[in-house]
Design a binder for this molecule. Structure first.
Ligand SMILES: [Zn+2]
Length: 390
């Protein structure tokens, strides 16, 4: 089989999801206000896609084999957990270790679901907020001086740096966590809320987190991380890459994301799920990260590529005005998702119309594919170089 086929993804209704973006992309009535968190396009066993063929609907994997990447549309209404992903080498090693220990794959204490890394590259579809890596030393010292309740942490940072401070906070007894964070959260709550909240202000997210994750009056120690990490704001069309070891948490907004086909997540707070502190400390990059916002590099007139230093996937976006068109020849199975407008993909014999309700397609190698916009359109394109054999 070659050419272009309509693709149907898999919806994830995680409770942090938004109500409008994915339903309007897929033309699904959501008057019941069900959360629609993610739309998956790929062959991941937890949510495999299907394609429509002359013979009816069949699994994507039957047509392409297992894809090395997973393409997603995300709509973050409420913040996600703080997380770190391991390197491929570490994931292989630790996955084998957990297998040898006989921990079932679906056990809540299982850290490694497979032997692969999980680098993630995302592009914002509108204003997007996330935590990404430790702040610079100057900014961190400034925060620890200015947030009175956290001032007692400054000597620890001065003495033992990022690893010492982070270990201290992650291993701190829960009573101590409450002693520091309860007054902090109470003091934030006492301030008259602004009409326009300042989302660059850590207090804004800390109050939200305290609201969501306080269990039995205990404070979630992930709230410390809101003050330690960079708060990054992406505007529509800007991207960012989460490399192995970089702690991150998606706070709010819609995006398109591509990742390696893996489910290896080590959590570090803002969650009710399992946290394995020693394992987290082994893999987190305890050093300052200077966020690199990706604007996308122009390829020809209509395409922008978001470049990440991994060979698992490539992500780009076509921006076409009405009646503009371009063409290319895929060398690997290539997934498309329309996030705006109405565009037609053509392979010489078949055409697939991308529009709300039918937002995705897969192109198989072997034929040239053209894309023409019927309205001003944005179409994301992802493919993976098949990376196997380690
Ligand atoms: Zn992640």
């Amino acid at each position: 089989m070659n050419g272009i086929l309509p693709l149907k993804g898999s919806i994830k209704h995680y409770d942090w999801g938004g109500f409008n973006l994915i339903p309007s992309l897929l033309l699904i009535d959501n008057s019941a206000a069900k959360p629609f968190a993610e739309y998956w396009l790929g062959t991941h066993p937890m949510g495999p896609s299907t394609v429509e063929t002359e013979k009816g609907e069949i699994s994507l994997e039957e047509v392409t084999g297992s894809l090395p990447f997973l393409l997603k549309v995300l709509d973050v209404r409420e913040m996600l957990s703080i997380q770190v992903h391991p390197t491929r080498e570490a994931a292989q090693l630790e996955f084998e270790k957990e297998n040898a220990k006989g921990i079932p794959l679906d056990s809540p204490t299982r850290n490694y679901k497979d032997g692969n890394h999980k680098p993630e590259l995302m592009v914002a579809l509108d204003d997007f907020w996330l935590l990404h890596g430790f702040k610079s030393p100057e900014e961190l010292v400034y925060t620890l001086l200015n947030v009175v309740e956290l001032r007692e942490l400054l000597p620890i940072f001065n003495q033992s740096g990022y690893p010492g401070l982070y270990k201290h906070l992650m291993e701190m007894p829960q009573d101590e966590v409450n002693r520091i964070l309860k007054p902090l959260i109470n003091n934030i709550a006492a301030i008259e809320p602004d009409v326009q909240p300042d989302k660059y202000d850590e207090d804004y997210w800390a109050a939200k987190a305290a609201n969501k994750f306080a269990v039995d009056g205990n404070m979630d120690r992930g709230i410390f991380s809101i003050y330690l990490f960079n708060i990054v704001h992406l505007k529509k069309g800007e991207g960012i890459f989460q490399d192995a070891g970089v702690p991150h948490a998606y706070l709010e907004g819609p995006n398109v994301e591509v990742m390696a086909n893996s489910d290896n997540v080590l959590r570090g707070g803002l969650t009710t799920k399992h946290i394995d502190v020693p394992e987290l400390l082994k893999h987190i990059r305890c050093k300052p990260i200077y966020p690199r916002i990706l604007e996308g590099q122009a390829i020809g007139q209509y395409e922008r590529a978001y470049i990440a230093p991994v060979n698992d996937f490539t992500l780009s976006a076509f921006e076409l005005n009405k009646d503009e068109s371009t063409s290319f020849t895929p060398s690997n199975p290539t997934a498309f998702v329309l996030t705006e407008g109405y565009a037609v993909l053509h392979d010489g014999s078949r055409q697939v119309e991308l529009q709300p309700g039918h937002a995705a397609a897969i192109a198989l190698p072997g034929t040239q594919v053209s894309i023409r916009a019927s309205l001003k359109s944005t179409v994301f394109k992802a493919f993976g170089s098949v990376h196997r054999g380690e």
